[in-house]
Design a protein around this ligand. Structure first.
Ligand code: PMP
Length: 358
């Protein structure tokens, strides 16, 4: 950027916060990346409720409105590990629908509080019942009350919004430039399925890299997912183990993801250890000022691995799905204290003013 920095405004006024969803920036990261390789992150925390799932939330609600499946004032319900719930709570608040989320107790406290702050109700389900228990509770409540179930794991509105927005943004931002690798993980698989479909058609030279937790390699295992007639999971996947990458890899292969796996819309499948993801998230924060969660750190760690083996000139893009602020009570912030540590106390005492009386 030139000195001094001057900004011009967005050149438009917005009728609703919902119109600010998408068009997130791709930002270059240089730490631990060879000089002759360009690695960019697509920073989804620029969305108004700070995650990639804002895209899904607006898509589910507007597709349902368009198809007449959601009536004015009808309650919306969804099973969510958090970000979808926060996105839906925002969209429902802005559009006047009551929203109920079912969520396992394993998900971070701040996500519950955020949803409640946005006016939603949160129904907790036992950690032991995993994502499937949470999902079944949402189905049960929807049926009992005649509510609209968002069905993020099955709905066409999921991959569709990534085809129409995320992928289009990537095509536009890399028009006339190289894009050798695009790296993502999966939760529902919406980001992967939507973007991969468009890249395969419009940028066939771009290698698509899919990642999953090292201790929950559902795709790599080759085990087929059992499903009911409507595509929802009939049983927990045998390769699933609880892992540290919140928002990634539920205990089943969602049908939104399955089609793209069957079509082999990825070139590399790379496992990543959750702790490595946490380390990478800290590195991004402390050496680049980029504040993302564990899934962002994990995706970035995979992208860094590719960068370090890539030939000169290679261009890589990886997704950063959400903000690190959503993990204050989680292992990401372990060791980050509330009180002054020894070095900070020493610093405080090194000048005469304003000592805390211990
Ligand atoms: N990271 C986080 C933190 C998420 O909440 C999600 C969505 N569950 C993802 C990644 C994956 O996105 P998708 O559902 O589009 O696969």
């Amino acid at each position: 950027m030139d000195y001094p920095r001057i900004t011009k405004g967005r050149g438009r006024l917005y009728e609703s916060i919902l119109d600010t969803i998408g068009d997130t920036p791709c930002v270059r990261v240089k730490t631990n990346v060879p000089d002759d390789v360009r690695l960019y992150v697509k920073a989804e925390f620029f969305n108004p409720a700070s995650s990639v799932k804002d895209r899904l939330a607006i898509s589910i609600i507007e597709e349902a409105e368009h198809d007449g499946l959601l009536k004015p004032g009808q309650t919306v319900i969804e099973a969510t590990s958090g970000n979808t719930g926060v996105g839906l709570a925002m969209v429902c608040a802005a559009k006047g629908y009551p929203f109920v989320a079912t969520m396992p107790t394993s998900v971070s406290i701040e996500r519950r509080k955020l949803m409640r702050f946005l006016g939603a109700q949160v129904v907790l389900t036992p950690k032991a019942d995993k994502a499937m228990g949470c999902y079944n509770k949402a189905v049960e409540l929807a049926e009992a009350n005649g509510w609209f179930l968002a069905r993020q794991f099955e709905t066409d509105a999921n991959a569709k919004i990534h085809e129409n927005t995320t992928a289009r943004e990537i095509l536009a931002d890399f028009a006339g430039d190289r894009l050798d690798y695009w790296v993502t993980g999966y939760g529902t698989g919406g980001t992967f399925s939507g973007v991969a479909k468009v890249l395969r058609a419009e940028r066939p030279e771009t290698k698509i890299v899919l990642s999953e937790p090292a201790n929950a390699q559902l795709i790599q295992s080759g085990h087929e997912q059992q499903r009911t007639a409507d595509g929802s999971p009939a049983a927990s996947h045998p390769a699933f183990e609880p892992h540290m990458i919140q928002g990634w890899t539920p205990d089943f292969i969602p049908s939104v993801l399955q089609e793209s796996v069957d079509q082999k819309r990825f070139d590399l499948l790379v496992p990543i250890d959750g702790q490595q993801g946490i380390n990478a998230s800290k590195l991004l924060a402390q050496q680049e000022g980029i504040f993302t969660g564990v899934s962002g750190g994990s995706t970035f760690a995979v992208a860094q691995g590719i960068a370090n083996q890539a030939e000169p000139g290679t261009v890589i893009l990886c997704m950063l799905p959400d903000t690190g602020e959503r993990y204050l009570s989680s292992p990401l912030f372990e060791g980050v204290g509330e009180d002054m540590d020894e070095a900070e106390i020493a610093l405080s005492q090194s000048t005469p003013g304003f000592h805390l009386n211990e």
